[in-house]
Design a protein around this ligand. Structure first.
Ligand code: FAD
Length: 524
């Protein structure tokens, strides 16, 4: 038995564990990330990458590689047995809300590969064929036992993150319940090559009175994803083959399948763990929540958990914040997981209900409602906000405070485009910062200088007003781009109190201030 030490030990190298490892590495925290699988996954699984995830990827400098690898989805075409019921534009449906205002698809295996490449460039190798077999929280550290090819290793870590998926060994080890249930219907997912009346760079959905089917481009090579409900006659068959349901799939999707790369059926569960944290051990991603694939939220939510935890862990292990900053992880993320389960559950029940009335609603009214919603700016903004996760907020969380304009502590910092740049650019520092839209007064700047938190002043603009910001108000922004404290007035004492309350010290206190030429001024 060998013994070693690390700061953060990450069990599971799916999208959640990889995101946590990469953020912590960028933040300068030593990590070890391992997976019991001997190689990364090779199937497309989560395809939808939401705008909020792309915003996080921009912060750590990997968004260009992700965008390069995937496909923008420009349109959703809704088919019913009577023909095309609606063509919904998705190319820019979040205009003004996010720099990534479109729907975007990237197969999970390629997405993971991008994360792995960046981790490797930063000198971190994922340890494969390595399984977490036991762990104990000793109060001052976590002692974990890893098994690799029959060899046992003891690792002493400051913290353990369970990013080990739906059957999480970490969740079981903590004895945390995973209440919820499973839906009655099972689903098929196929990655195929085929022909048919499908929208190029778009997504097609067929809505019928008995269910739905979805067709989405998967790879730049031209393969496509088919998703739908397993026909009733085969629901009980767990070893079903594609050939057994080929006729139903081709009829429902309108695709003639030439080649099947991957086919799977699965039963969807909806569950949220009772806790996301016990002492020095955390749950993130599918280990903490699983839900229907409606809306493509699962993987994105896991990555969001990872980002939320990463900057807090980094601050605590580097002595830049009180350990109780970590207490905010569970309430912020578990509340979102519950909201998500509720909304995906509703969407899923409407999409799969066998009730004749719901079937008629789905076939005749739903395409019309979607059509009207996505063609008005209010409707498309509201739809984008929910689906893209740009509307995630932690207002009720323990470290959110104040309101200025329409923005409250806990909200995601709204996006403000400006000529040649935007207000998200300084978020690349992965550090605390204050934003003022208008004029930052000299006394406020001078007083905040003692905290080391830089003040970024952006010219007041119509876009800032539209985003709900208040002119000359001040917003303390967290390293993950959420507003911590929103103050209608530039009163440094409130900001100093907030920072002192959690003993927050910024990473960049010693560094030169960030500057975007011509658009803003920054002072540490
Ligand atoms: C068919 C399908 C389609 C989907 N479509 C979408 C979509 O469009 N959009 C979306 O957002 N989500 C989608 N999802 C969900 C998405 O795939 C998951 O939410 C995502 O993979 C969760 O990531 P994770 O890293 O939390 O867990 P996982 O990807 O499950 O990774 C967990 C890792 O932990 C490892 N592990 C487990 N136990 C141990 C142990 N004891 N020691 C070491 N390692 C361990 C596993 O080997 C695994 O690699 C889909 C899922 C499926 C199955």
């Amino acid at each position: 038995m060998t013994m070693s030490k690390t700061k953060v030990l990450i069990a599971g190298a799916g999208p959640t564990g990889l995101t946590l490892a990469l953020w912590l590495t960028r933040l300068g925290v030593p990590v070890r990330v391992f997976d019991k699988a001997t190689a990364p996954g090779e199937t497309s699984r989560a395809l939808a990458v939401q705008a909020r995830t792309l915003e996080f990827h921009r912060q750590i400098g990997i968004v260009d590689d992700v965008l390069e690898a995937g496909l923008k989805i420009e349109q959703l075409t809704v088919h019913t047995p009577a023909g095309v019921a609606a063509r919904l534009p998705l190319a820019d449906f979040g205009r003004g809300i996010s720099p990534y205002s479109f729907a975007f698809a990237l197969p999970q295996d390629i997405h993971e590969r991008v994360l792995i490449t960046h981790l490797e460039r930063a000198g971190v190798e994922v340890e494969r064929g390595t399984e977490l077999v036991a762990f104990q929280d000793k109060g001052h550290a976590v002692i974990a036992t890893l098994s690799k090819e029959g060899h046992m290793e003891t690792v002493v870590a400051d913290y353990l993150a369970g990013c080990d998926g739906a059957h999480s060994a970490v969740r079981h080890g903590l004895n945390i319940g995973f209440p919820g249930g499973a839906y009655e219907q099972s689903f098929y997912v196929a990655d195929v090559k085929g022909r048919g009346d499908i929208t190029r760079n778009g997504m097609d959905t067929t809505i019928s009175t008995y269910g739905f089917a979805i067709v989405m481009p998967v790879r730049q090579s031209g393969s496509i994803r088919l998703i739908g409900i397993v026909p009733k006659a085969h629901q009980a068959d767990e070893t079903i083959s594609f050939e057994a349901i080929r006729g139903d799939v081709e009829r429902d999707t309108g695709v003639t399948v030439d080649e099947v790369n991957w086919f799977s059926t699965y039963r969807v569960h909806h569950r949220v763990a009772e806790n996301f944290r016990v002492g020095r051990v955390f749950l993130c991603g599918d280990a903490g929540h699983i839900h229907s694939p409606a809306g493509g939220q699962g993987m994105n939510t896991g990555m969001g958990d990872a980002v939320n935890l990463a900057w807090k862990l980094a601050a605590v292990v580097q002595g830049r914040a009180e350990p109780r900053l970590l207490d905010s992880y569970e309430p912020e993320r578990i509340a979102f997981a519950h909201r998500l389960i509720e909304s995906t559950d509703q969407a899923f029940r409407i999409a799969t209900s066998r009730s004749r009335l719901v079937g008629l609603f789905r076939r005749y009214l739903m395409p019309k409602i979607l059509n009207i919603a996505l063609r008005t700016s209010y409707g498309s903004s509201a739809f984008f906000g929910v689906i893209s996760q740009a509307a995630i907020q932690y207002r009720a969380g323990p470290i959110s405070s104040g309101t200025a304009g329409k923005i409250s502590g806990g909200d995601r910092l709204p996006y403000v485009p400006m000529p040649g740049n935007d207000n998200f650019e300084p978020l690349r520092s992965l550090d605390w910062q204050v934003h003022v839209y208008g004029e930052a007064n000299a006394e406020f700047r001078a007083m905040l200088a003692s905290t080391g938190v830089p003040v970024h002043a952006f010219a007041w603009s119509e876009a800032a007003a539209k985003a709900g910001l208040q002119r000359d108000a001040a917003y303390l922004v967290r390293p993950d781009g959420h507003v911590a404290l929103a103050s209608p007035v530039q009163e440094a004492a409130g900001f100093q109190r907030y920072l002192a309350g959690l003993a927050i010290k910024p990473r960049t206190a010693e560094r030169a201030p960030y500057r975007v030429p011509g658009t803003m001024h920054s002072l540490a």
